[in-house]
Design a binder for this molecule. Structure first.
Ligand SMILES: Cc1cc2nc3c(=O)[nH]c(=O)nc-3n(C[C@H](O)[C@H](O)[C@H](O)COP(=O)(O)O)c2cc1C
Ligand SMILES: Nc1ncnc2c1ncn2[C@@H]1O[C@H](COP(=O)(O)OP(=O)(O)OP(=O)(O)O)[C@@H](O)[C@H]1O
Length: 309
């Protein structure tokens, strides 16, 4: 899969493609359906399957820290899109200049001139261009004029609800990990590099690998039974906390993982942490001893859930 970072890196050889556009946060089952149908179309038209996504996501550009928590970072999205058979990703830097493009400029400069799109799939609620003036109808009209087909995505639903990144964020926030995982089609995961903590964990018998989260807001909170995977694909069961650690006056949101029966050093490693079951919310304890007792119970519960003896 080819990653094109920024519109300025588009070359004449990138012209002619089948395309879809969106945030693809989480790359959930609805997204997977869209990509599957685009891959089939790409084959029949003999054109590369291209996804246009935005970094930061538009709401993050406009609302900053008040934007909804991210489900997946760019790196995770790319990995999943590649697995679905996407051949090219155009990652557009969503900045002030891009936000100022009118819907006509977006169509003429980007879709027609630079991408030479031949077939476009987007939701019928898709809005684009300065002031979100461009709509699905605008695209249909432009398609007739410039010779490309515009097709709406058929809604992919679970239990009669349209799967969306918004719905998955809600489920994660409410601690309904099972529902979120069902809509994602895989266990929700957080990825990041392991950093040193304050080494308090080992003094209470639970050494933890601290994973600094790139973004300040996490869509989840609390304690989970987890499975961590290192870059070599080795899996480690464990128990983890996502939160600000009120008992020890932490402030930054952090993921701390205690791996069962593990003695090595994973410092600096890039890990994927799969959240398997939500055990409880994070809370402030009156003492480190009380926290330790609770973590002991969390670890027991996680071991049972993960069938670790
Ligand atoms: C399974 C687990 C559950 C935890 N639950 C809480 C909690 O409810 N409240 C809290 O303040 N900290 C919680 N922590 C975080 C501990 O405060 C933290 O791991 C400990 O202080 C070690 O900090 P260090 O990484 O700086 O060494 C939890 C940690 C783990 C591994
Ligand atoms: N459940 C679904 N069924 C069919 N198509 C979908 C589904 N969810 C998203 N899509 C389509 O996938 C593309 C990318 O979607 P995008 O990530 O922008 O939306 P989303 O998942 O609905 O997120 P949000 O909740 O933020 O609106 C869009 O064309 C969108 O219409």
């Amino acid at each position: 899969m080819e990653l094109i970072r920024g519109i300025h890196n588009l070359r004449p050889r990138h012209r002619r493609c089948v395309l879809t556009i969106g945030n693809f946060d989480g790359v959930h089952l609805g997204h997977a359906e869209v990509i599957k149908s685009l891959v089939a179309k790409g084959k029949s038209m003999n054109l590369p399957v291209t996804v246009m996504l935005f970094e930061p996501q538009p709401q993050e550009h406009f609302a900053g820290d008040r934007a909804p928590a991210r489900i997946s970072l760019l790196r995770d999205k790319l990995r999943r899109l590649q697995a679905l058979g996407v051949q090219r990703v155009l990652c557009v830097s969503f900045n002030h200049r891009f936000a100022e493009l009118s819907s006509e400029q977006f169509i003429e400069q980007l879709l027609v001139q630079k991408l030479g799109v031949k077939y476009l799939v987007v939701g019928d609620d898709f809005c684009f261009g300065k002031g979100r003036k461009g709509s699905f109808d605008t695209l249909m009209t432009a398609g007739r004029q410039h010779g490309f087909d515009v097709v709406p995505t058929a809604s992919f639903k679970l239990a009669s609800q349209r799967v969306s990144s918004t719905l998955i964020r809600q489920a994660l926030q409410q601690g309904d990990l099972n529902l979120a995982n069902q809509m994602l089609g895989y266990p929700y995961q957080i990825t990041g590099r392991i950093a040193h903590g304050r080494k308090l964990g080992r003094t209470i018998g639970f050494p933890t690998a601290n994973i600094l989260m790139k973004r300040k807001v996490a869509p989840v909170n609390g304690v989970f039974a987890v499975e961590a995977i290192d870059p070599q694909g080795q899996r480690y069961p464990g128990v983890a906390n996502v939160g600000v650690r009120p008992t020890v006056a932490g402030n930054r949101c952090q993921l701390e993982v205690h791996l069962f029966d593990y003695e090595g050093d994973l410092y600096g490693e890039h890990m994927q942490v799969l959240l398997i079951e939500h055990l409880r919310q994070e809370r402030a304890f009156e003492s480190l001893d009380a926290l330790k007792n609770q973590i002991f119970k969390d670890a027991e519960q996680a071991r049972r859930l993960l069938s670790v003896s």
